[in-house]
Design a protein around this ligand. Structure first.
Ligand SMILES: Cc1cc2nc3c(=O)[nH]c(=O)nc-3n(C[C@H](O)[C@H](O)[C@H](O)COP(=O)(O)OP(=O)(O)OC[C@H]3O[C@@H](n4cnc5c(N)ncnc54)[C@H](O)[C@@H]3O)c2cc1C
Length: 408
């Protein structure tokens, strides 16, 4: 692990899928020496994503095996074959097979080890980023340092949403959000009664995982009919060029771009293999489906009493909200940058990015040395910006511009 006290050429903020993939690309392009690169993340490399998969019981990826943190598309398949783990590549109706979560993470760890990424990891949270034109100052919980280029890859930055009726009880003993870092599904009693709120992949996956203990009562509160989709948007969007022109026809960071993304994303959908598990759970009466919307929730002696719009009342030991992430521009760091910096933001605080390089544009219209990868780059890359394939596309664009910038 690296200390946060020496300067760097490139600093990646966030060591998730996007941050790790960017590091892999930069090192494999031999654009810099490992000592000139650092990845700052308080959770450890890929740890936050691994934890989210654990928290919702996701043990198979939705995306195909060619989407992983390495650069060679077939690296994960070859990794599986070399270790006799082909059975961890699961079949799918559309496209290539999908890896299990354990195969995906073992392969990612193997890539990180081969490039010694742990040695350039700084265990700290970034609290501020200041653009000094020819350098960027990175303020962290472990001190301050300077870098020539900063790549921001912080995912949703820790923001998630509770339904309005749950805000007063949020994070109390009986009420949790699935993305709260402290939420631990393994700590729920084997005979508990559990309510899960939400109708998308996370809620359904969590319900089927928790329902594995026959002594539990699992109620899924899903107010709308389930929608089944293999992926999170049309595969056309995975090709980026050709379709992103539709986005780029609108002004950067505009409401019009946001609307194109919202329309293109199949948010709240469930892939067929997860839906089949839900159907089995319902048939075996391991899961009870409550179609009505919760109106009120009250704590009562360590339990929570919920009342639905159709007057159904239930007393539960635990209520878990799987109601999605918040806006990617509303995490702590983005909010701070919006208030304090000279970088341009647009609709709902979206960063104004250059469509060719993902560089964040300054108030004076010049590109800053800060580039963005991940969900916050969706106005440029479209509905798959947050996904593994989005990291690959962002990596191509960022490495291309850095190649010319570093050589100049
Ligand atoms: C359960 C789940 C399953 C998914 N399955 C798939 C799938 O099958 N296929 C697919 O393509 N996509 C999938 N996705 C979507 C997407 O690929 C993942 O969300 C992916 O983890 C996004 O990577 P990221 O690096 O942008 O964000 P994250 O994985 O969230 O990583 C961001 C990192 O930034 C760090 N960070 C945040 N703030 C700071 C700060 N201030 N300073 C320093 N570090 C900071 C965090 O600690 C974190 O490690 C899934 C998402 C979820 C939640």
């Amino acid at each position: 692990m690296m200390k946060a006290d020496s300067d760097a050429l490139v600093t990646i903020v966030g060591g998730g899928v996007h941050g790790v993939h960017l590091a892999v690309r930069l090192l494999q392009a031999e654009l810099l020496e490992p000592a000139e690169l650092r990845i700052v993340d308080p959770s450890g490399l890929l740890e936050s994503f691994r934890q989210k998969c654990r928290q919702c019981g996701m043990n198979e990826f939705r995306s195909p095996f060619v989407h992983h943190v390495g650069t060679d598309p077939f690296s994960l398949r070859d990794f599986a074959q070399a270790r006799g783990r082909e059975d961890e590549l699961r079949s799918t109706r559309i496209g290539a097979e999908r890896p299990t979560a354990s195969l995906f993470f073992d392969h990612a760890e193997w890539i990180c080890d081969r490039l010694s990424l742990e040695s350039i990891h700084v265990d700290a949270r970034v609290t501020d980023i200041v653009d000094h034109r020819h350098s960027v100052e990175i303020e962290t919980t472990q001190g301050c340092f300077s870098t020539r280029w900063c790549l921001l890859a912080i995912g949703h930055g820790g923001s998630f949403t509770y339904p309005e009726w749950a805000t007063e009880l949020a994070s109390t003993e009986p009420v949790a959000h699935v993305w709260e870092p402290s939420f631990d599904p393994d700590a729920i009693g084997e005979t508990a009664s559990i309510g899960i709120v939400g109708g998308g992949i996370t809620a359904v996956q969590l319900a089927t995982t928790l329902a594995r203990f026959p002594g539990r009562d699992v109620v899924l509160f899903a107010r709308s009919p389930f929608r089944v989709e293999t992926l999170e948007a049309s595969t056309d969007w995975m090709h980026f060029s050709g379709v992103t022109e539709n986005l780029h026809a609108h002004p950067p960071a505009s409401r019009a771009r946001e609307e194109v993304i919202t329309e293109a994303r199949y948010d709240g959908t469930v892939p067929p293999y997860v839906f089949r598990r839900l159907q089995r759970g319902l048939e075996r009466e391991r899961i009870q489906l409550e179609r009505s919307e919760i109106e009120t929730a009250t704590e009562a002696g360590g339990t929570v009493v919920v009342t639905c719009r159709d007057d159904t009342t239930l007393c539960l030991d635990k209520l878990v909200c799987a109601t999605g992430f918040g806006s990617p521009y509303d995490g702590e760091l983005f909010r701070h940058l919006r208030r304090a910096s000279t970088l341009q933001t647009g609709y709902r605080g979206a960063p104004v990015l250059d469509d060719d390089t993902l560089r964040w544009i300054r108030q004076d219209g010049t590109p800053s040395p800060i580039a963005v990868s991940g969900v916050a780059a969706q106005h440029v890359l479209g509905p798959f910006a947050r996904n593994v394939i989005g990291a690959r596309r962002a990596g191509e664009l960022i490495v291309e511009f850095l190649e010319s910038a570093v050589e100049a």
